[in-house]
Design a protein. Structure first.
Length: 196
C-alpha cells in the first residue's frame, strides 16, 4: 500500500512538471527580426607568398557578460579584392577558416560578411592580405616609436593626477614618414604594429 502511494506521488510530480514545461513552450515567442543576436566579425590579417596557400580566419562573436563569446553554426562569406572566394561555417568557438592561394604579389583587402539569416546580424569586417615575395626582408615598426618624445621640463613638478603619455596624441617624429617611405620603396616590406 505504501509503495503504491509513492509511485502515485512520482507520477503526479512528473505530470505537473510536464504541464509546466508544455505551458512554458506555448508562451515562448517565436524569434523575430527584433530578437536577432547582434554579433561582430573579427578578421585576422594574413601574410602569404604568391602561389602558396594561406588560411584566412574570421571569428563571429557577441558580447557576453564577462567576455566575448563565439557564435557557431553561421555561414560566413569570404571575399578577396572584392571577388568571392567561398563560404565557411563558424564552429562552436565562432571561428571560420577558408584556404586561399594568392597569385600576384601585393596587398589585397579581405572582406568577410555574414550570410543573411533569421538568427544573427553583423556588419562586415575587413583585414589585409599581404602577399609578398620571399626575397625582400620584413621590417616591423611599432607605431608608438614614430611619435616624438616630449621634452621634460627644466624643473620637474609632477601634476596630480599623474598623466601617462598617449602615443596617439603625440606629434610624429620629424622625417619618420619620409625615412620609412624610402626603406619601403627599395629595401623592406613594412608592417606597422599597434598596441590596440
Amino acid at each position: 500500500m505504501w509503495h503504491g502511494w509513492m509511485g502515485f506521488g512520482n507520477a503526479a510530480a512528473r505530470l505537473v512538471l510536464t504541464l509546466l514545461l508544455v505551458g512554458a513552450l506555448e508562451e515562448a515567442p517565436a524569434v523575430g527580426a527584433a530578437d536577432k543576436i547582434t554579433g561582430s566579425l573579427v578578421v585576422r590579417d594574413a601574410l602569404a607568398m604568391p602561389g602558396r596557400p594561406v588560411m584566412l580566419q574570421a571569428r563571429l562573436v557577441h558580447d557576453g557578460l564577462l567576455q566575448q563569446a563565439g557564435i557557431g553554426g553561421e555561414q560566413l562569406e569570404f571575399l578577396v579584392a572584392g571577388k568571392k572566394i567561398g563560404t565557411a561555417m563558424s564552429g562552436g568557438d565562432g571561428r571560420a577558416f577558408r584556404e586561399y592561394t594568392p597569385r600576384m604579389p601585393g596587398n589585397q583587402v579581405i572582406t568577410v560578411r555574414l550570410v543573411p539569416n533569421k538568427r544573427v546580424e553583423s556588419p562586415e569586417a575587413t583585414a589585409t592580405l599581404a602577399c609578398w615575395e620571399r626575397r625582400r626582408p620584413i621590417l616591423l615598426v611599432e607605431a608608438a616609436a614614430l611619435a616624438e618624445v616630449p621634452r621634460a621640463p627644466s624643473f620637474p613638478l609632477p601634476s596630480l593626477p599623474l598623466e601617462i603619455a598617449d602615443p596617439a596624441g603625440l606629434p610624429p617624429a620629424p622625417d619618420a614618414a619620409e625615412e620609412l617611405k624610402r626603406l619601403a620603396e627599395f629595401f623592406y616590406n613594412v608592417i606597422y604594429l599597434s598596441s590596440s
